[in-house]
Design a protein around this ligand. Structure first.
Ligand code: FDA
Length: 394
């Protein structure tokens, strides 16, 4: 039978950070993962360049049933700590925008960094290894796995959420939580594109598929983000849409201000005064692409020279462009979602140690917990911070 101090299930972002840190404390650490490669999501992340943290990471960048839960871990391993690690390994990086730090080269730089830290500290990683059962014992836990029986004192669940099953995501962590009497908060896909089925809207999205509109304000349920939106064959995507998707529930209306930096009533009045013979399509083509201006005008308004619009009509145009209201049919779901909202209820886990308040020796870290970050490097920062925090106590 294999024996170890700490057994971590999941060789993803949180699991590898926890493994390296706990092993550096002198703990014997074994990481098991059913996938054939560690850190598959790290490799896929940030379009291949891994947005590994955010300069402006704050607790209010996270959604959770208990918004205070993430504070302790985030304060003890900050973005600056991870940046220090990146610098130690000589990984070149840059800020893309809004504090988002990306690798200059490849996401694999971050995975290699974590694997090097694990190797240096002596943490063992076994891939292609499934866990079949877990049992609580007097001294810890006994697991049946593809490696046979494994006994450990501390068991860390780092199996992530349900997003992108083809990258190895499973509901295993939730299953373990349930087995040990933990409550799960309902899970749903987050940071995910919207699908549209309304025929008129769908045509607009399909026709404009691939078109991006910069710096739109997208709002829902009291939350707003100013970022790009992208029309797709299925509906809407782009950073602002992904962000708001985490706040959206089926049936909710999404509000999109396509031109938040322009005072539209004022702009339209000026155009009417100074360029009254120009058609609406022609003028809007200066704010959007020509194709988008044409499609918007054809779908929403009548096209004529600006001098022919009544004040009421101009008001309607301004309102429609600054508050386009739509109800998405749904989201693309876990197939394309970056994260899973909900998960292990943080009320039953210590925010300091990440240990279960029900079962001593059992820890939950990373995305399996009901802590979900905004887009922009926050989810990895949560993985690093929660992995590091648990590693001090396992
Ligand atoms: P993670 O998913 O990383 O790891 C879980 C591990 O557990 C996996 O290795 C999996 O194989 C293993 N596992 C699952 N079930 C198991 C089982 N039954 N037995 C054994 N092992 C099992 N975030 C960010 O901050 N910046 C970014 O740029 C991106 N980009 C991005 C792109 C894409 C395409 C996705 C899907 C996600 C992102 N994210 C992101 C989100 C980020 O990847 C995610 O929040 C973290 O990887 C979560 O880290 P965890 O360690 O909790 O889970």
């Amino acid at each position: 039978m294999l024996q170890t101090d700490v057994l971590i299930i999941g060789a993803g972002a949180a699991g590898l950070m926890c493994a390296a840190t706990a092993a550096a404390r002198g703990r014997r650490v074994l990481v098991l993962d059913h996938a054939n490669k560690a850190g598959k999501k790290i490799l896929m992340s940030g379009g291949g360049r891994c947005n590994f943290t955010n300069l402006y990471c704050e607790p209010n960048n996270f959604l959770s049933g208990n918004p205070h839960f993430c504070k302790s871990a985030l304060a003890r391993f900050t973005q600056w700590d991870f940046i220090g690690l990146v610098a130690k390994h000589g990984v070149p990086y840059h800020e893309k925008k809004l504090g988002q730090l990306f690798c200059d080269n490849k996401s694999s730089d971050i995975l290699e960094l974590l694997l090097a830290e694990c190797a240096e500290a002596g943490a063992q990683i076994r891939l292609d290894t499934a866990v079949h059962s877990i049992e609580k014992t007097a001294g810890g836990f006994l697991l049946q796995s593809d490696l046979g029986e494994v006994a450990c004192q501390s068991l860390v669940i780092a199996t992530g959420g349900l997003s992108i099953p083809t990258l190895g995501a499973t509901g295993f962590g939730y299953q373990v939580a349930r087995q040990f009497g933990h409550e799960l908060l309902p899970t749903r896909a987050g940071l995910v594109p919207f699908t549209i089925t309304d025929p008129q809207l769908k045509t607009l999205c399909t026709e404009l598929s691939g078109t991006s509109v910069e710096d739109c304000r997208v709002s829902c349920n009291g939350q707003s983000f100013v970022e790009n939106i992208l029309f797709t064959h299925r509906g809407l995507s782009g950073p602002a849409i992904l962000q708001i998707s985490s706040y959206w529930q089926p049936g909710d209306t999404v509000h999109i201000d396509l031109l938040p930096h322009i005072d539209l009533p004022e702009w339209l009045a000026t155009q009417q005064r100074e360029r009254g013979n120009s058609e609406l399509k022609t003028l809007l083509a200066e704010l959007f692409t020509k194709k988008m201006a044409t499609l918007l005008v054809d779908s929403w308004f009548s096209n004529k020279p600006l001098k022919q619009y009544t004040p009421g009509e101009l008001k309607t145009i301004a309102e429609r462009l600054s508050d386009w209201q739509l109800v998405p049919a749904g989201t693309e779901g876990y197939r394309t979602a970056e994260v899973t909202l909900g998960g292990v209820n943080t009320d039953e886990v210590s925010s300091k140690t990440l240990e279960s308040l029900k079962v001593p020796g059992l820890y939950f870290i990373g995305e399996v917990l009901d802590v979900t970050g905004h887009l922009g490097g926050f989810n990895f920062q949560w993985a690093w911070a929660s992995g590091y925090a648990a590693a001090q106590y396992v």
